[in-house]
Design a protein around this ligand. Structure first.
Ligand SMILES: Nc1nc2c(ncn2[C@@H]2O[C@H](COP(=O)(O)OP(=O)(O)OP(=O)(O)O)[C@@H](O)[C@H]2O)c(=O)[nH]1
Ligand SMILES: [Mg+2]
Length: 391
């Protein structure tokens, strides 16, 4: 018992948010596109081994048809998930091997392989309740128990009434609700503009910018390369302290990504160490075009004091910020905690300093996890900011 299910019709377009309509008993849908797009959107979520308290899954029966190869298969699969729902319990089967086999293109056309995926699913509170689901009488709940809980910790962007949030508006692997300002998430080109060693030397124009902040070696430069899909836009290194200046990158000629030096770089040369706190204060408190700080947190290690201090400082100063958890691909077997546990512990530790839950998202620059989602999130912050500016 305790099952709540939400019934909808879902049409999933690659790279576009699910469009949802309330409908009967089942979630039905169709997914079309190039296998690579679909895999890049869904595979990382399949791969992640979420623990017992983190899974809120859109899970159900899948029936997959590959037009070219005429294959059909059925199985149970996971279509999407949202983390941080402690009372859910249970683990889900994550990867259906037939599923990935089917998405592999036939040898003669490794570029495009049309297929369709139909699925029937329930958004359920308990992992096995889809079995009992068919027998259950229709219950027209606007939002499931799970979603109601999740909503209390959601980041609800401008333009969205918290009461209107439906499960499908939440970006997978995050607490971020997608609102009407989202869109325009493609990166067409990116240019390195300049390196500045003082905040007042930064470019002077009114284009919105996002600053990447985080401990040295957390993966800031890698995240920039991963967002713009170029290897060497921002230089990365195994040695902490690689980025020593404020680097501005102009995206689509219309907004900036800023790579900042990492904090806590104990191994950096003495000459390169700076008074980090006066540097950050100078930049953050005076940069009027700063839309949001992306605070990167390494999810492969337990919460670090220096990150908590930084998050709390930003929180107390009312800076708009997004927690970007990096290295979510690093699954520790046996010893050490896993990324999902580290993330939950981190969020638990910082929450007193925020009136509203800050947005957070899981990423991996190795598997591509969270890329599209983060870009959508940045697009809605940016578009809202642009709108406010012109009003
Ligand atoms: N497994 C894994 N490794 C990563 C990921 N992101 C970055 N790394 C590795 O972490 C190391 C540091 O990455 P950088 O991007 O240079 O880190 P940074 O935060 O820019 O470091 P500084 O410039 O020194 O502040 C490199 O060896 C990367 O390959 C990730 O998502 N997964
Ligand atoms: Mg760097």
């Amino acid at each position: 018992m305790g099952m709540q299910a939400k019934e909808k019709m879902v049409v999933v377009h690659t790279k576009v948010q699910a469009m949802v309509q309330e409908k009967g008993q089942m979630v039905e849908g169709q997914l079309m596109g190039k296998p690579r797009d679909i895999l890049s959107r869904f595979a990382p979520h399949f791969k992640l081994d979420f623990g017992k308290e983190m899974l809120w899954a859109l899970q159900g029966n899948l029936s997959i048809r590959n037009e070219t190869r005429g294959i059909e298969c059925e199985g149970i699969g996971l279509l999407g998930l949202v983390c941080d729902t402690p009372h859910l319990g249970g683990r889900s089967r994550l990867l259906n091997p037939q599923f990935s086999l089917l998405f592999r293109s036939p040898p003669h056309s490794h570029k495009f392989c049309p297929f369709s995926l139909a699925f029937w699913a329930s958004i359920s509170q308990e992992p096995n309740c889809h079995r009992a689901f068919a027998a259950k009488a229709q219950r027209p709940t606007a939002i499931s128990e799970a979603a109601r809980f999740v909503r209390t910790v959601l980041f609800v962007p401008p333009g969205v009434n918290p009461d209107d949030v439906t499960d499908d508006m939440i970006l997978p692997g995050s607490n971020i609700v997608l609102g009407p300002y989202a869109g325009d998430a493609k990166i067409k080109d990116v240019d390195f503009v300049k390196s500045s060693n003082r905040p007042k030397d930064c470019p002077k124009d009114d284009r919105p910018e996002f600053a990447m902040l985080g401990r040295s070696n957390v993966g800031k430069s890698s995240l920039i390369n991963f967002l713009v899909r170029k290897k060497e836009v921002a230089l990365t290194s195994k040695k902490p302290g690689k980025t020593q200046l404020i680097n501005h990158f102009l995206v689509n000629k219309s907004w900036y990504i800023v790579d900042l030096p990492g904090y806590g770089f104990a191994n950096a040369p003495e000459s390169a160490r700076m008074d980090w706190s006066s540097f950050t204060k100078g930049y953050f408190l005076n940069r009027e075009t700063l839309v949001s700080v992306l605070l990167l947190i390494d999810a492969s290690v337990p919460p670090q004091k220096i990150d908590l201090d930084c998050a709390n400082w930003l929180g107390r100063n009312n800076m708009s910020m997004t927690f970007v958890f990096t290295k979510c691909d690093k699954m520790k077997g046996g010893k050490g905690r896993r990324p999902d546990e580290n993330i939950r512990n981190f969020l638990e530790l910082i929450k007193e300093n925020y009136r509203q839950h800050p947005p957070w998202i899981m990423t991996s620059s190795v598997t591509g996890l969270g890329r599209d989602e983060l870009l959508f999130h940045m697009s809605q912050l940016r578009n809202y900011w642009n709108n406010e500016e012109t009003d």
